[in-house]
Write a protein that binds this ligand. Structure first.
Ligand code: SAM
Length: 306
């Protein structure tokens, strides 16, 4: 593929430039990651076949289609046991970790299957801009307890918290109806946990300092870069550099903060430009500048020059 127009400059398209070689996408749903660059082969891992997904999600727009998984796995139970250590050039986990009963265990297994120097591309919803806006951020201690207890099932308590705070819970449900709702939502998979972009950074630091994972941050997009601000995403490389975990975590935090502040500055500049363009006299001024620029070019033009 050599057509630059085919490479989408969307946040997902931008981070997809780090995908190279052969890897897996976990939980592609009906929005698999775009792969606009050549030289990439992806296998899909999901717990449901397309027909099962369509039966569970009857509210989807017509024509929604799910790629057939190459590996069927319930990641809460099986994790990535189908994949050998250090076998993947990349892993994609887009809007997946928040659905899992034990996200730290999943991150651990992602690191295990990545070759040294290989990357994981993660996208997560930012809870402040989704139906999670009334829910609290999942504290790191909560994740640590789930990891310690080797949790493999999403509990009724998590589902009830989700249903109540997203205004789905109906107080008139009988106990039987409540049980049905728990089961249905366990199958459909809910946002078991949620974070904003700033709240997820300590999770990454924890995986390095306390769990011995070795991540370098290659790039990130933040909610300011995304229409409706509903998600953020980042690319981590399984580091090949021997470094003290605290140093590695500090580097990651600083890189994250630098990229986040650039994203906020760019968004603020775009808002200022939009405000100026909306001023009543702007179209007249813009026409005048264009004429001025054209005249200036004519005056400085030298025959034979550039
Ligand atoms: C919200 S969809 C994400 C779709 C797409 N990746 C995106 O970014 O929009 C969540 C995906 O994770 C999968 N998933 C959720 N829990 C899972 C589990 N325990 N095991 C395997 N797949 C799971 C779902 O089947 C679905 O494909």
């Amino acid at each position: 593929m050599d057509d630059v127009a085919a490479v989408s400059p969307t946040p997902r398209g931008l981070l997809a430039r780090f995908l190279n070689g052969a890897g897996v996408e976990l939980g592609p749903g009906h929005h698999p990651m775009p792969i606009p660059f050549p030289g990439v082969s992806v296998r899909y891992v999901d717990r449901w076949q397309p027909e099962e997904n369509l039966a569970l999600f009857t509210n989807l727009e017509d024509g929604a289609s799910f790629p057939r998984p190459d590996i069927v796995a319930n990641l809460d139970v099986d994790r990535l046991s189908a994949l050998a250590d250090e076998s993947q050039d990349f892993v994609i986990a887009s809007h997946l970790l928040e659905h899992l009963a034990n996200p730290l265990a999943q991150l651990e297994d992602i690191q295990r299957v990545l070759k040294p120097g290989a990357v994981v591309v993660v996208f997560l919803p930012d809870r402040r801009f989704t139906f999670d806006r009334k829910r609290s951020a999942t504290p790191i201690a909560h994740l640590v307890a789930e990891h310690r207890d080797r949790v493999t099932v999403v509990s009724d308590e998590h589902i009830e918290d989700y249903l109540r705070k997203t205004d789905v819970w109906d107080p008139s449900w009988t106990l039987e109806q409540q049980r049905e709702q728990f089961e249905l939502n366990r199958q459909r998979s809910i946002h078991v946990h949620c974070w904003s972009e700033d709240e997820f950074l300590p999770v990454l630091e924890h995986t390095i300092v306390e769990m011995g994972m070795r991540w370098e941050l290659l790039d990130a997009v933040f909610n300011d870069d995304v229409p409706d601000r509903f998600e953020f995403g980042f690319v981590l490389r399984r580091s090949t550099v021997p470094a003290n975990p605290r140093v590695m975590a500090d580097r990651l935090r600083l890189s994250w903060q630098v990229l986040a502040s650039k994203s906020r500055e760019d968004a603020e500049a775009a808002r200022q430009i939009a405000r100026i363009r909306a001023l009543p006299g702007f179209p007249v001024m813009e026409r005048a500048w264009r004429v001025q620029r054209r005249l200036r070019r004519r005056v400085t033009w030298v025959p034979g020059g550039r």
